[in-house]
Design a protein around this ligand. Structure first.
Ligand SMILES: [Zn+2]
Length: 459
């Protein structure tokens, strides 16, 4: 029995928060109640926050003053979420080119938190976050993490890129905090091999952490290792997959191995948590306390529920550097159902990956890279893993990790699938590799399109 868990939750966490002068637990406790507000109440609160952030952005940043004036909009005219559609979209290039002019004059930049993205889409960006917003986001993330079944104070196991750095394990304060509060053991997925998987498995068997957290594919690879090598009795109460699209085949394997449902969580460095599944796993509840989400068609109009489109987010709490109508570069759709859990927070159906991961066929069709790789993986005999790269509109490279079942029938199947999905006359080549390489952040991408797309040009 883990006697430290309730002590950590009830005593250490509040004391540490007091010492840090952090209000995240207060926000968390408040959000435990407000998550059951009606959708109408939630919308009213969002509109109050929206009005406040637009007015603040206009008054205290050069960038937003000019943007709104150029668009012919005064903050007094923005009263409802629907009014957002009158504002221009904010791109990663805007953040990169004008980031400094987006920082509010109401803050001293030296006191702000700086968030940097890894730039895996080719455009690294940085965002300043004020402390109040940071604590609010921390409370919201804690609430969502607990939907997995894990509770604050319980042990965690993390598979991530450079987790020791994130936990500040190089400082005495970081180590103490981890021992008493974070209670995290980790595996660096940038440095994972059979030996590190084996050592990690032995450690998890002994500690039996209540939460397993990581990139979808890293969790999957670890589950596959356990399938063939054991042990079979690592039993977390919750598993959170974050920072990457979770494929159905990955979810299935992870759930089979750990006998525990996977909670899919979606967010980004620029605005933190965007949406997360609850214990019903019926779509991802949007973190509407601090975020407004729109789903747009290529022409910029709002998509209907169930219709995939570009995900656009507005950060309703970060006053240090207002992020309004930000085009993250991912595709997803709003759900047209409610969740039986009773939470009023609206739902996203699923996240379909980056716009850059969509294939555009020679006849102009858009095909989700996620569903495509799922389809190819399951249909071709002998394919353990596959990465699809669209080099040109009519030329593909398939990187394949194969096993002994791969043979002429597999080649024939690939040919058939290419004709069926991309059209006759499309060229392709197969490259056989031992493993699909990771990106610098530790994430994997299974479908990469290097072809320009109309979605990427909407402004
Ligand atoms: Zn729910």
């Amino acid at each position: 029995m883990d006697l430290l868990a309730p002590f950590s939750r009830k005593i250490i966490a509040p004391l540490w928060a007091t010492w840090e002068r952090s209000l995240y637990l207060r926000h968390y406790n408040c959000m435990l109640r407000t998550q059951f507000d009606s959708p109408k109440q939630i919308k009213v609160k969002q509109e109050t926050l929206l009005k406040s952030i637009i007015t603040h952005a206009y008054r205290t940043t050069q960038f937003w003053k000019e943007r709104l004036e150029t668009a012919g909009i005064h903050p007094d005219e923005v009263n409802q979420l629907a009014d957002l559609s009158r504002l221009p979209l904010l791109t990663k290039n805007d953040l990169r080119a004008h980031g400094e002019r987006m920082v509010s004059s109401a803050y001293n930049k030296a006191e702000l938190h700086l968030k940097r993205t890894s730039g895996s889409t080719g455009v690294p960006v940085q965002v300043y976050v004020d402390d109040d917003a940071g604590q609010f986001k921390r409370g919201a993330t804690l609430r969502a993490d607990e939907w997995s079944g894990w509770r604050l104070g319980d042990r965690k196991a993390i598979i991530w890129g450079n987790p020791a750095g994130e936990l500040r394990m190089h400082t005495w304060r970081g180590r103490l905090r981890n021992r008493l509060l974070e209670r995290t053991v980790f595996l660096d997925c940038l440095d994972a091999d059979e030996t590190s998987f084996e050592n990690f498995a032995i450690l998890l068997r002994k500690l039996q952490p209540k939460l397993l957290f990581g990139h979808a594919h890293s969790l999957y690879l670890f589950a596959r290792y356990l399938q063939s090598h054991g042990p079979e009795d690592i039993r977390p109460r919750g598993i959170i997959s974050a920072a990457m699209v979770l494929h159905d085949w990955e979810r299935q394997t992870i759930e089979d191995v750990f006998q525990c449902p996977v909670t899919n969580r979606y967010g980004c460095e620029e605005v933190s948590l965007i949406a997360c599944e609850c214990e019903r796993h019926n779509g991802l509840h949007i973190n509407s306390d601090g975020i407004a989400v729109e789903i747009l068609r290529p022409d910029g109009t709002a998509a209907n529920p169930g219709e995939p489109g570009m995900i656009i987010v507005t950060d309703l709490v970060n006053h240090a550097m207002p992020i309004i109508r930000y085009k993250i570069g991912d595709m997803g759709s709003l759900a047209d159902h409610t969740c039986p859990c009773g939470r009023g927070l609206p739902l996203l159906n699923d996240i379909q990956g980056r716009v850059a991961d969509y294939i555009v066929t020679p006849d102009g069709k858009y095909v989700s890279g996620i569903s495509l790789t799922d389809h190819f993986n399951t249909k071709i005999p002998g394919v353990v893993q596959m990465q699809i790269i669209q080099e040109e509109i009519d030329r593909f490279v398939f990187r394949i990790v194969k096993d002994t079942e791969f043979g002429p029938a597999s080649q024939k199947k690939i040919h058939g699938l290419v004709s069926e999905h991309f059209g006759e006359g499309v060229r392709y080549e197969c490259e056989f590799v031992n493993r699909i390489p990771q990106e610098a952040s530790g994430k994997y991408r299974f479908c990469i399109s290097k072809v320009d797309k109309v979605f990427e040009h909407v402004q």
